[in-house]
Structure formats: C-alpha cells, structure tokens
Design a protein around this ligand. Structure first.
Ligand SMILES: Cc1cc2nc3c(=O)[nH]c(=O)nc-3n(C[C@H](O)[C@H](O)[C@H](O)COP(=O)(O)OP(=O)(O)OC[C@H]3O[C@@H](n4cnc5c(N)ncnc54)[C@H](O)[C@@H]3O)c2cc1C
Ligand code: SF4
Length: 482
C-alpha cells in the first residue's frame, strides 16, 4: 500500500478531455494524460483492501465484479506510488497482454468495484494502467519475449482481434510456431476497424504487433479462411497441430421494418470502418457513406452507437439523434444493492457529450423516403415491456440512419460451416470455459466468436485461457499463466 492515509488526503482526479469544439476538428485521441506527480498521488489513494474486489472474482458472468483479466491493481498502484514504473509494467503485463488497449477503451468494471466507489470516488485505475504501459513503450521496456525452447508444434489463429492476438502471443511464448490468419489488411479486429481513432489511435496497435512479430509470430493478412477463393478451412486444419477460432461476432442485428431497403440506411459496421480506413489512408473499397451535411439518426444506445455519433459529428453532420429502446436508467445506482457489481445507471460517453440528442424507450416503426432515399422515421414510445404506447407516435427527419443494435452471433457461412463446429443456442461457437475446445478435434475458440459480443478485456482474457488450453492439449501440461 503506497500511502496509508492517501485516500483520506487526496481527492480523485482523472484525465480530462480537450474541449468539444477542438476535438471535433480531428480524429485523434483527445484524452489529456495526467502528469507523473498526479499519477503518483492518484496511486497513493489505493487502500490495498483485504478483499480487493477490483482484482475480479474469476467469474465469467457479464457484470461480475472487478477486472476480467485479474490485474493485480493494488500491487501496481504501490509500485507507481514508489516510482518503480518498470516493475509496475512487468506486473501489469503478467495478467494483461495489452494494457494499452484496455487503458484507453475498457469500461473499467474495476473502478465500479473499488471500495472507494462506495463514496463515488474510486481510484483512477484505468488511467494509471494506461500511464504504466505508455511509459513502458516510451522507455523501450517492451521488447520481444522469446521462449527458451521451441516445441516444433504449429498453431493457427484465425482472426487478429484482441482474442486472437492474446492467444497468439501466449502460444508463441510457450514456444509454438504461431500463424495468425486475418481477412483484413491489418491486425486488430474491431480495435482497428470498428473503434474510431479518436478513442484509440491505430499506431497503438502497430507498436504491439511489432513486438509480436519480434516474438516469431507470422501474420498472414488478406486471408479469409473458409470463404470462396480464400484459404480452405480443412486444409488449415490439416496443416496445423491446433487451430484457435477467434473471428469475432460479426453478424449484425437488423431492423426489418417497412422502408428498410431505402438508401441511406446502413449498419454501423459499414460506416465506421470506412472512416478508420480514411484516417489510416487504406482504400475504402466501397461507396462512401458520409454524414456531412446530413441529419443522422443512430438506432442503438451502446458503444457502437456512441462511435457512430462521434464519427458523424466529426464528419460535419447537421444533427445526430440517438434512439434507445430501453427506458432511461436511473441517474445514480443504489450502492447498497449493486456494489461491487457493475451497476445499471445513466452514463454519458464522450461522443454523446459532443452534442447528440438522446431518446429512450423509443421503437422505430417504419422508414419513409423520397426517390428511394430515406427521409424520415416514424417512431413510438414504449412501455417497460416494449409495447407501443398509443398516441405517442412521432416523426424524425433523417438523411442517414445508422443501425447500431449489436451483433447476434458470428457469421456461420464459410469458416464455421466448413469446419462443422457445433453452435450454442445463441448461435455462438460451442466451447466451454474449462478447455475452450469445440466439437471438432484440435479446434478451439475464444472471444466474441465463443462468448457473443462483449468487451476487449474479455477477449484478452479468453485468448489467454484458450492459449493455456491449447498448450496443455499439445504438450500434456502447461506453464502458461492465466
Ligand atoms: C464499434 C464498436 C465499438 C466498440 N467499443 C468498445 C469499447 O469501447 N470497449 C470495449 O471493451 N469493447 C468495445 N467493443 C467490443 C470489442 O471491440 C469486442 O468485444 C472485441 O473486439 C472482440 O474481440 P475478438 O478478438 O473476439 O473479435 P474481433 O475484434 O471482432 O476480431 C475478429 C477478427 O477476426 C477476423 N476474421 C473473422 N472471420 C475470419 C475468417 N474467416 N478468416 C480470417 N479472419 C477472420 C476479423 O476480420 C477480425 O479482425 C466495440 C465493438 C464495436 C463493434
Ligand atoms: S483491464 Fe479494465 S477492468 Fe481491468 S484494470 Fe484495466 S480498466 Fe480495470
């Protein structure tokens, strides 16, 4: 524990954002890091509780308390307070392969379960995590970690999102010859092509991939496993001793209502990747979908919806309205009922704060247009059972509608069908949390493809555990950490 009386003397003070008017002019990150002095003070607030709920309980249930990768938070808070940043970075990487991702975009369930959150003043855990790893990169402490012995086993990882990357890094460190197959031109999955640069600039991924290449991992880009004209899935299986399926949950939830076929109505994941590609000067390879000069309606209230708002505003939308079918959550949670779990409460993302109108308990009933292009939505307010309330219909003008209602499951055509893996009742790849094995011999699965749409921190967690299971399957035992 850094400073015994730290939590009594020092107020919570977190990273701030640059002003809205400034940040809307560009697509770069806009979070202002704390100084080293401020970080030390914030780390001093950690009480090193007898039961540190921030560590996590090991439960994989959504909303379970604490950090899903079980970061040893009080330990690195103490190390930061004492100025031992290099050891803090070592400690942090012992549980989390990519703290630079989670330090930027994790919703931080650790902070919800911090004992100081009972008073609404949790330790700024995510900020400290991000500062540790950013300093480690600046100082050149992040180097390839080569295995002492090579095993001669060859493992394929299909999908270079956070789950696949975490699995690949762990497997390479266990001495296996790891090949990552990715259909896109670059690694990162939704970190690269979904999450906008203003939340995480893509050089953050590139510097980590450089480390992984130095660890001997081979990346095969532009290889769509199981698609027509792509790499045959059965051949992949034959050529490797084990295969990890980490292809994410890419089938979007649709809104099949009258007018859905009008132009100007798009899935969020047709819109967001285009902007990320523009920023990184990759070809868009499709008709441009742009919000400039348009009234935009975003249907769906989660992270994806927020990213559509921030991107639309930066492109110069005339207005952005976000519709959510759920009722507005309470402004404050009842801590006696919720702590240390993740509470349901009103949250305002940085993108929502940039100027979106938000409507709750609203159902969209139809789209109408002119000359084949969407012009307006007819909506109705709903009760707690999502039943329309008569007489509450209203219309909204829209030139661009973005559907951000989540993802139903992985894409079944191609890879999964040709391998013949069993699916669970929700349509995700069936594999348990003990050995991550699918119904097909030597095929494993992790991340959104197994779990359904989730979070980056859970993808890292599952990637690590899947690697451990594969190592055990190949070698009969494993020394890989959880
Ligand atoms: C817009 C958006 C914003 C989000 N924001 C956040 C956030 O702020 N914080 C957070 O924690 N989570 C966020 N999430 C969720 C998070 O991004 C995912 O939970 C996480 O990326 C899942 O990781 P994954 O590795 O399982 O899958 P993915 O990241 O989806 O990666 C899967 C990879 O597999 C590749 N692939 C798929 N099939 C094949 C194939 N057959 N052959 C070759 N390659 C294949 C894909 O191209 C992709 O690169 C967001 C999601 C979206 C869509
Ligand atoms: S990964 Fe997420 S939950 Fe874990 S310490 Fe970092 S911010 Fe908290």
């Amino acid at each position: 524990m850094g400073k015994v009386t730290g939590f009594l003397e020092i107020e919570r003070h977190d990273r701030k954002y640059t002003p809205v008017a400034d940040r809307l002019k560009h697509f770069q990150e806009f979070v202002v890091p704390l100084s080293e002095r401020e970080l030390r003070d914030q780390a001093a607030r950690c009480m090193n509780c007898g039961i540190p709920y921030c560590h996590g309980t090991g439960s994989a249930a959504p909303g379970a308390p604490g950090c899903p990768v079980n970061n040893q938070i009080p330990d690195w808070n103490d190390l930061v307070y004492n100025g031992n940043w290099e050891e803090a970075a070592r400690n942090l990487h012992s549980t989390n392969n990519f703290p630079e991702f989670t330090g930027r975009i994790c919703p931080a369930p650790c902070e919800a379960s911090c004992t100081l959150n009972i008073d609404d003043n949790p330790v700024t855990i995510k900020t400290i995590e991000c500062a540790i790893v950013d300093k480690a990169f600046e100082q050149g402490w992040i180097k390839p970690e080569l295995p002492a012995v090579k095993t001669g086993k060859k493992v394929a990882v299909v999908g270079a999102g956070p789950a696949g990357l975490a699995a690949a890094q762990q497997l390479a460190r266990a001495g296996h010859d790891v090949h990552v197959y990715e259909k896109h031109a670059k690694a990162g999955g939704l970190l690269r092509y979904g999450i906008p640069d203003f939340k995480m600039e893509k050089g953050i991924i590139d510097r980590r991939i450089a480390q992984m290449e130095g660890e001997g991992i081979t990346f095969h880009y532009g290889v769509h496993v199981g698609s027509n004209g792509g790499l045959d899935a059965k051949t992949l299986l034959k050529d490797h001793d084990a295969v990890a399926l980490t292809g994410g949950a890419e089938a979007p939830r649709d809104l099949p209502i009258p007018g859905r076929d009008l132009s100007g109505i798009h899935f969020a994941m047709d819109f967001l990747p285009q902007q990320n590609r523009r920023v990184s000067e990759e070809p868009v390879n499709a008709t441009d979908i742009l919000a400039a000069g348009k009234h935009v309606v975003v249907i769906g209230g989660g992270d994806t919806g927020s990213d559509c708002i921030g991107t639309s505003l930066r492109q110069g939308a005339l207005s952005v309205t976000q519709l959510e079918i759920m009722p507005a959550p309470p402004e404050r949670e009842n801590k006696a009922l919720t702590w240390p779990n993740w509470p349901l409460k009103m949250r305002t993302s940085s993108s929502q704060a940039e100027g979106a109108a938000r409507e709750f308990a609203v159902l969209t009933q139809k789209f109408e247009g002119e000359n084949g292009a969407v012009k307006k939505l007819t909506c109705v307010r709903v009760d707690g059972q999502f039943k329309p309330l008569p007489g509450t219909e209203f219309e909204l003008s829209a030139d661009l509608v973005l559907l951000a209602m989540g993802f139903v499951h992985p894409v079944h055509e191609g890879l999964l069908k040709s391998l013949g893996v069993d699916l669970d009742p929700r349509g995700n790849v069936k594999a348990n949390l003990t050995d991550y094995q699918t119904s097909v011999q030597k095929v494993f699965s992790a991340g959104d493809m197994r779990r359904g749409q989730s979070l980056v921190v859970w993808a890292i967690r599952e990637g690590r555990l899947c690697a451990q299971a594969i190592d055990k399957f190949l070698m009969g035992e494993t020394d890989l950490p959880r």
